[in-house]
Write a protein that binds this ligand. Structure first.
Ligand SMILES: Nc1ncnc2c1ncn2[C@@H]1O[C@H](COP(=O)(O)OP(=O)(O)OP(=O)(O)O)[C@@H](O)[C@H]1O
Ligand SMILES: [Mg+2]
Length: 211
């Protein structure tokens, strides 16, 4: 394959509200190679989150992509059927959201939730999915991962919950992890730890990261 794995060209996403049209993403272009880390910088409200959502077909109502291309391994995700984007999401491209408390299910063990991410995309026995979940938890530095398979989100600290989110993102060995401010809810020391976990994963697996 030639060229970057992801090429974004002149992407424009807007919200049509009663107050008028909000141009949230207004002509963004960039590329990401395998194993590369790309950081998105901008003030609050500049469109970082909407851009991340636009890449993977998750623009919330009443938003829409007006124009541009999101070329993933040569295929334009803006134009392929939603079903195809959905099947890529979590498998080839994984997302880590900002707030793990609202993204994790409070009444299900973390092991089960990570295993579900596996079972969504792969036909493996449930026990094998649990084994992969434990491996992913070990990879993000959660101590005693076997034992913690049976833990619930509220039993973890904020930093550990964010690690669970990253474990869920990387369990299917995606080519790209999109992390939209994965550490803003955390204190500075924990932020640094989560970032170094992401960088270790990149070095070990060659996963590209969009931050
Ligand atoms: N559901 C929505 N309806 C209408 N406008 C929206 C919606 N979501 C986002 N916007 C608008 O899109 C613009 C970009 O928002 P976005 O959340 O992407 O900013 P951001 O750069 O991620 O900010 P932050 O750093 O605070 O997370 C803002 O003007 C916001 O008001
Ligand atoms: Mg944001």
């Amino acid at each position: 394959m030639t060229g970057p794995m992801l090429v974004v060209r002149d992407l424009r996403t807007s919200f049509r509200t009663s107050g008028g049209v909000v141009k949230a993403v207004d002509g963004v272009s960039f590329g990401i190679d395998r194993g590369e880390v790309v950081g998105v910088v901008g003030e609050s409200g500049s469109g970082k989150s909407v851009m991340a959502m636009s890449l993977i077909g998750l623009v919330p109502e009443p938003g829409r992509i007006d124009s541009g291309r999101v070329l993933w391994k040569g295929r334009d995700l803006v134009r392929v059927p939603q079903r195809e984007v959905r099947s890529l999401r979590g498998r080839e491209i994984a997302v880590v959201f900002q707030d793990p408390m609202s993204s994790l299910n409070p009444v299900q063990t973390v092991g089960r939730q990570i295993a579900e991410a596996v079972l969504l995309h792969r036909r493996v026995p449930r026990q094998a999915a649990m084994d992969l979940a434990a491996d992913a938890m070990a990879a993000v530095g959660i101590p005693s991962p076997r034992r913690h398979l049976a833990s619930y989100p509220h039993e973890f600290s904020g930093g550990m919950r964010q690690r669970v989110m990253i474990a869920m993102a990387l369990v299917n060995e995606p080519d790209l992890i999109i992390a939209d401010e994965p550490t803003t809810a955390l204190d500075v020391t924990i932020q640094a730890q989560v970032m170094s976990v992401l960088d270790e994963i990149r070095q070990r697996t060659g996963t590209a990261i969009l931050l």
